[in-house]
Write a protein that binds this ligand. Structure first.
Ligand SMILES: [Zn+2]
Length: 135
């Protein structure tokens, strides 16, 4: 058995993380067929950590590329084939859409100005990510 999570106990449990990825995958394949496999032959690496760690990784990537800190709080951060998610308390629907959005970045997608697109920066959605009683 491998223990990955050493921070405080997850709010989004490991089984919930697996569930949202399972639901998100078909949406990713529908929207950007074959892109993940092409860009990340070994599969993307998805990691859930606490919010502070997401922020730290984001700030480090900015600094490494010579950019200034934006001060924006990030719930998720994609760097190549590696995606870091915050596991702070959130609905499964929100988490699922976040996974699709970040895998969109892994697939080479930029942000969209269209509020109906899952690549909209603030809360884009796909129909696949529907969980009962969730928003
Ligand atoms: Zn984004």
């Amino acid at each position: 058995m491998m223990i990955i999570y050493v921070d405080p106990p997850p709010k989004l449990t490991v089984s919930q993380q697996a569930l949202v990825v399972q639901v998100a995958k078909p949406a990713v394949e529908r929207l950007w067929p074959g892109e993940i496999a092409k860009r990340c032959p070994n599969g993307p690496t998805l990691t859930w950590v606490n919010q502070k760690t997401v922020q730290k990784r984001y700030e480090k990537a900015l600094a490494d590329s010579g950019q200034k800190s934006t001060g924006v709080e990030m719930a998720a951060f994609t760097n190549g084939c590696s995606v870091t998610f915050s596991r702070e308390e959130m609905s499964l629907t929100y988490a699922c859409n976040m996974v699709v959005h970040e895998l969109g970045h892994v697939s080479g997608q930029p942000h969209s100005q269209d509020k109906r697109s899952v690549m909209y920066e603030f809360g884009g959605k796909v129909p696949e990510c529907q969980f009962k009683g969730n928003k």
